[in-house]
Design a protein around this ligand. Structure first.
Ligand SMILES: [Zn+2]
Length: 75
């Protein structure tokens, strides 16, 4: 399954994937689940969220967002 259809935070939950938030200023990164993103920002278009994430280390609002591939299905 491709992650290119993931456009909003709600899609992260739907596709059971996560969002990697990387600070382009200091390199700090964290991974957030779809639920975390929705809780923090609502179900907005991910491209609009770029400036909503504030780095916990340096305080910059220059996040680079990457949609992670969903985990392989468990049998
Ligand atoms: Zn930073």
């Amino acid at each position: 399954m491709s992650t290119k259809h993931v456009r909003t935070a709600a899609d992260l939950i739907r596709f059971k994937t996560a969002l990697r938030v990387e600070c382009t200023s200091c390199g700090n990164s964290r991974t957030m689940s779809g639920f975390d993103v929705v809780k923090l920002c609502g179900t907005e278009d991910l491209r609009r969220l770029q400036h909503r994430f504030k780095c916990t280390l340096c305080g910059a609002r220059e996040a680079s967002l990457t949609v992670l591939s969903p985990p392989p299905p468990r049998n």
